[in-house]
Design a protein around this ligand. Structure first.
Ligand code: GH3
Ligand code: MG
Ligand code: MG
Length: 528
């Protein structure tokens, strides 16, 4: 079982929340403030200190000079930044411990600078560095304490009010306090850091999807990019992106599902999400209320249903199955991130759909909905190429409505338009799915019949002629057709169309309402 990548961090381990130069800057500020406080407190405690202000000022100046020099070296040779940062932190220790010692170890108010230092470093660097530093400071403090006990260091008497012999206890109490401070800060900063890393992970995942969406043109590509990114970023095992089609839903993209279910009715959990315009979490799906999701996600558990709704109404939904139930906080974060992904998806899908609609409009005839002449030209070229490569036949039918001018004159153009639509519809019904029906001109249609030689194409044309004759219209409608085929009548589109047109002309001449197959004599007959 996988969990939500709180572990997004693994991918980002190289990227830090604060840059090294920012950390250097904050530590410089700390050092200046620390030295200022040390000198200030010395001036205030003038009579009660053993070490004169001048000495403290000198040591402080050396310490500041050393750390500033360190920074200068870092600017000159930035490659060794990390090492230098560590060395400067190590040097902070002896300085701080020395001023604490010089001001009377355990009672000195400047000892709080050590706590402040540990907290600062924990926040700026990492909790590990913070804890290492706490250890270093403790060692130095104890070393100073025992150094005084064994006479290695001059014994500086604590302030007068202290009970004799309580120094060690005081020291231990202080060390415990600053370890607690270090641990508390480390815990909080680790939590903060984790949160920041997660946010960054989320944003990077969104940015990655946005980049990939730029490349996706078709709506199915868009759906695939969106679902793929979501599933990858949040470790989902199964998911589907569904879109509204013909009142039901169909699967545009899926992951981990072996079925491509289609449904005429919309599952109740999806309708609920649409109505709420908010994600809905479903522990399980019910076969009677949610037939599609039940089919898509057998034994589905913990489904997150994200509605996709545009200003024109519901357009789809993204459904994801999470392998585990989540704590409420993780769930909130996940769901709000998923909503952001979904709103990108809505926008990208809407654009892709608009594009596809424009393309369809540019490729089809507005009145009849079949391919227009431009598309006919492109497809004929393509199919001829394919037929040439496959060494197979290709049929072309040109079909013209008989006496259409008369029909228009008698019943008006609207009736004529209706007949044109009916004829187009009839031709499409007779054609196979890989045939192309196109409106070639006013009341002329062209049909490309891949794989069919002249005779077979004539068969198709004949079926079309009969079907048109059965149309229920203001008056009987008939058509004449001319058939040509590749390779018998020619190898290029122009010749093929010309031959079919000549055959059509013969149909007209011989009395209309019939099909003629191109013959070598047609051309001269038309010319004559
Ligand atoms: P034929 O049997 O020889 O083909 O005679 P026809 O009257 O069908 O042929 P003709 O070329 O003389 O007339 C074609 C007519 O088709 C003329 C034009 O008004 C009509 N037409 C062309 N496009 C449209 C259209 O989009 N809508 C309507 N209603 N009529 C159209
Ligand atoms: Mg006509
Ligand atoms: Mg005509």
């Amino acid at each position: 079982m996988r969990s939500i990548p709180a572990t997004g961090a693994t991918r980002l381990s190289g990227t830090e929340v604060l840059s090294l130069s920012e950390r250097m800057r904050y530590l410089r500020i700390y050092r200046l403030v620390a030295v200022g406080l040390v000198l200030g407190s010395w001036a205030a405690m003038a009579e009660s200190t053993w070490i004169p202000l001048r000495t403290v000022a000198l040591v402080s100046a050396l310490y500041l000079a050393f750390s500033l020099a360190g920074e200068v070296v870092w600017r000159l040779r930035p490659g060794r930044g990390r090492l230098l940062f560590g060395v400067l932190l190590l040097v902070d220790g002896p300085y701080l411990v020395w001023v604490v010692y010089a001001s009377g170890t355990v009672t000195s108010p400047v000892r709080y600078l050590i706590i402040l230092h540990v907290i600062t470093v924990t926040l700026l660097a990492s909790y590990r560095t913070g804890l290492k530093l706490a250890l270093w400071q403790s060692l130095l403090l104890f070393w100073v304490f025992y150094g005084q006990e064994v006479g290695m260091l001059a014994h500086i008497p604590p302030s007068p009010g202290m009970a004799p012999g309580s120094e060690f206890r005081q020291l231990v109490a202080f060390v415990i306090v600053f370890w607690l401070a270090a641990l508390a800060t480390a815990t909080f900063s680790a939590a903060n850091e984790r949160e920041l890393r997660r946010r960054r992970f989320d944003l990077e995942a969104l940015a990655k999807m946005a980049r990939e969406l730029e490349e996706a043109v078709r709506s199915v590509e868009v759906a695939d990019v969106v679902l793929g990114n979501v599933v990858e970023a949040f470790a989902f095992e199964r998911g589907a992106l569904l879109s509204v089609s013909n009142g039901g839903l169909s699967v545009m993209a899926s992951r981990g599902l072996d079925e491509s279910a289609q449904s005429d009715a919309v599952d109740s959990v999806i309708r609920r999400a649409w109505a709420a315009k908010n994600p809905v979490l479903a522990r399980s799906v019910d076969p009677s209320d949610d037939p599609m999701l039940t089919a898509l996600f057998p034994r589905g558990r913990n489904l997150i249903v994200l509605p996709m709704v545009t200003e024109r109404g519901p357009v789809g939904a993204m459904v994801l199955e999470h392998p585990a139930r989540l704590g409420s906080r993780a769930q909130q974060r996940l769901v709000s991130m998923l909503e952001r992904f979904t709103s990108h998806a809505e926008l990208a899908l809407r654009n892709a759909w608009l594009n596809e609609q424009l393309e369809r409009m540019a490729a089809t005839d507005g009145l009849t909905g079949v391919a227009n002449r431009r598309t006919f030209g492109i497809i004929l070229e393509k199919e001829l190429d394919r037929a040439t490569r496959a060494d197979g036949p290709l049929g072309l039918i040109l079909l013209d409505i008989d006496h259409f001018k008369r029909l228009n004159d008698h019943h008006g153009h609207q009736a004529g338009d209706l007949v044109l639509r009916r004829v187009a519809e009839t031709l499409v019904n007779v054609a196979r799915s890989y045939d192309t029906v196109a409106r070639y001109g006013g009341e002329e249609f062209a049909i490309i019949v891949p794989g069919a030689a002249a005779e077979q194409s004539a068969g198709v044309a004949e079926r079309m002629r009969r079907a048109v004759a059965d149309i229920d219209a203001v008056e009987a409608v008939t058509v004449s057709a001319g058939v040509a085929a590749f390779p018998s009548d020619g190898g290029d589109p122009v010749t093929l169309v010309k031959r079919a047109d000549e055959a059509l002309y013969r149909s007209k001449r011989e009395g209309r309402n019939r099909v003629a197959i191109s013959t070598p004599g047609d051309g001269s007959a038309r010319a004559g």
